[in-house]
Design a protein around this ligand. Sequence first.
Ligand SMILES: *Cc1c(COP(=O)(O)O)cnc(C)c1O
Length: 373
Amino acid sequence: MQLQQRMRASAHTTASKTSRRPLLCRAQAAATTPKVNINWDNLGFGLQDVAETMYVAEWSPEKGWDKGALKPYGPLQMMPSAQVLNYGQSVFEGMKAQRSAKGNIVLFRPDRNAARCAAGAERLSMPPLPTEQFVQAVADTVRANADYIPPIGKGSLYLRPLLLGSGPILGLGPAPSYTFTVFGAAVGAYFKGGQLTPIDLIVEEHFHRAAPGGMGGTKAAGNYSPVLVTQLAAKKNNYADVVYLDAKTDTYLEEVSSCNIFVRSGKTIKTPPLSGTILPGVTRASIIELARSRGYEVLEEPVAVTEAMEADEVFTTGTAVVVCSVGSLTYRGNKRAFTAEGQAGSTALELYTALTQLQTEQAEDPFGWVYKC
Ligand SMILES: *Cc1c(COP(=O)(O)O)cnc(C)c1O
């Protein structure tokens, strides 16, 4: 089979639930009601409703980044000697496109994801994508898949930009060529009806997520498989996830496997500073500004685990969850509950509501964070 045909065939099997439509950029259709046959009330966080169009750009030493193109969602071709498969040159991003109250299709601070992707690329000796191309690629992918964006309040089109050392190499070194791709999937609202269910977390006392001088501050693929062993063990014991401590002293909070962490005492909110071992979350940065604008004092300072155990409230932040209330923290066998059973903390709820309303144009955006596709 020709490559083109094969890609089409595979795109058809993955998107078999959807009707056949031309794979064109459809800016006009963008703000209308979606047409694909997706059960919007039953969206999970998975690939069952993967978007049919992806974006692919290639980098070569002669030409740099090409202008990229939209194509049917399908396999990327790579040799077994691809750098990424052997030595792991790979960074990813996580973003979401939503329908807004004003009928727009919106992204949230995509320039931030572009900058973080570029910083990760530099750390892993990969050619960074120019910010404009990154944002354009994501917006093009969103518009081409407008039918996969759920109605307002039902979820989002989750987007996964990926930068890979796809070229072949045998000895350790950077790849001779690179691939940048963006794919997406319709996913559900994390908290249906604005209800935040608090999660139980356990402080990890054996493994560390990142070390000073390492790459914890990047969304490098290699940061994520090592946390599975702790995450799976925690889940077995009915914890949603673990909180990591600093690798040097085992004293201070770092973050959760894929979320940043905040603790509140009175009107003061603290979150660990970005010292290279913590992922600089876009939601983290936004919550810091938003909380300050709402009268909280927000400090980026080391937070001792003992201090967290005494706090009034703990919550986590990330693109998918936005803000997630922490119901309890367990450390050295002691469990500290922060909220009444099933009830979100007041500040988590306040900031979740404020940020999601801003993101979906239900509230003013004084910061200029909302990006219209
Ligand atoms: C992606 C991620 C976050 C959250 O970042 P956002 O930009 O807010 O989505 C936090 N911690 C880790 C380890 C992550 O991978």
